[in-house]
Design a protein around this ligand. Structure first.
Ligand code: UDP
Length: 344
């Protein structure tokens, strides 16, 4: 029997890679996306890469008026499980507009839970984040480490994890995996799907890539006085295709009948500094990447990287790709699509 998986936010950066891996694993996919921070062209390209079209519903999960249509579509599709990625994700914006972030992110998760419950498909893989660890733990961080996000965006991730835990505690037929992503970067090897930020990129890799391609003059390195090997922030970068495969492994785990709620880190288990990432991208792109040292960014931690042991033990998953793969694939996407999905 072919498993049918709903992917909310399936047209976005991570979602598009997750959908492709799911189709390639033999599953049927229904994308639900409102295209507020994604492009419909991504859906076409997923279909082209996968060799078959994927179903999609354009809907805003946080809009009460659309809840019934979402529930009806999920039932009609015959969903067996869901990967929930839809949500707002800009940290700075979340600080300025907290109520909107809570309403959209938490409201969307609740809509999905209700719709899956109504369809009798009680399995959800949730896109959480390492941001739930705040700055509270020793590296490498394990899932049993203390949680405590430092901004409203991070708190929506934490609260949704807690909500899903409550849902699973209330009804033993629910299975939930809260995937705590470290820093997803890179793109599909084909160069056809990748990250296409709406605005000025907040994250390091899309910013570096836009500098390399000439869309921006220089990178600001946020702080070089952290207690790290070169003073710049250290993160656990993970290739988005490895990350996407982690979702397939989490669904495999749930489909085996594992129930209850479990948090799992998706990271490589090693960190790179900002300057090391810049050097790697320079090698991969053969372009100059001018940078200046700027003040620290509010809310940034000095260093965080995963202990990925649980992912290996529970899901049989670990990363395969290197920082050079991440940079080469990110660069292929950026250089072949300098203006993203919108074209030139
Ligand atoms: N960073 C930077 N310049 C930028 C964007 C990010 O120096 O324009 C640094 C940031 O301070 C952090 C690292 O790059 O040390 C990764 O930042 P990103 O926003 O990509 O991820 P997160 O902070 O969520 O881990």
């Amino acid at each position: 029997m072919t498993r049918k998986i709903v992917v909310t936010g399936g047209a976005g950066y991570i979602g598009s890679h997750v959908c492709l891996e799911l189709v390639q694993s033999g599953r049927d996919v229904l994308i639900i996306d409102d295209f507020s921070n994604a492009h419909p062209e991504a859906v076409n390209r997923i279909g082209a890469l996968a060799g078959r079209k994927v179903d999609f519903l354009r809907a805003d999960l946080a809009d009460h008026g659309q809840r019934q249509a979402v529930a009806d579509k999920i039932k009609e599709f015959g969903a067996d499980g869901a990967v929930h990625l839809a949500g707002l994700k800009a940290v700075g914006e979340s600080v300025a507009q907290p109520a909107r972030y809570y309403r959209v992110n938490i409201g969307s998760a609740l809509t999905l839970v209700d719709a899956m419950e109504a369809a009798g498909a009680k399995s959800i893989v949730f896109s959480s984040s390492a941001t739930v660890y705040g700055d509270l733990n020793q590296n490498p961080v394990t899932e049993t480490g203390r949680t405590g996000a430092t901004n409203p965006y991070g708190r929506t991730k934490l609260y949704i994890e807690e909500i899903l835990k409550d849902v699973a505690a209330a009804d033993g037929s629910w299975g939930v995996v809260n995937l705590r992503y470290f820093n997803p970067v890179g793109a599909h090897h084909s160069g056809r799907i990748g990250e296409d930020p709406n605005d000025i990129p907040n994250n390091l890799f899309p910013f570096i890539a836009q500098v390399a391609v000439g869309r921006r003059d220089e990178l600001s390195v946020f702080g070089n006085d952290y207690p790290t090997r070169d003073g710049t922030g250290v993160r656990d970068y993970i290739h988005v295709v490895d990350l996407a495969k982690g979702h397939v492994a989490a669904l495999d785990y749930l489909e085996k009948g594992n129930r209850g709620a479990t948090a799992v880190n998706l990271g490589a288990g090693r960190g790179y500094s900002v300057l090391e990432a810049v050097a790697a991208f320079k090698r991969a792109s053969n372009r100059d990447i001018p940078y200046e040292i700027a003040p620290r960014r509010d809310g940034d931690v000095a260093e965080i990287y995963a202990d990925p042991t649980r992912a290996k033990e529970l899901l049989g998953w670990s990363t395969e790709k290197t920082i050079d793969d991440m940079c080469a694939d990110h660069w292929r996407w950026q250089s072949q699509n300098p203006n993203g999905y919108a074209g030139d």
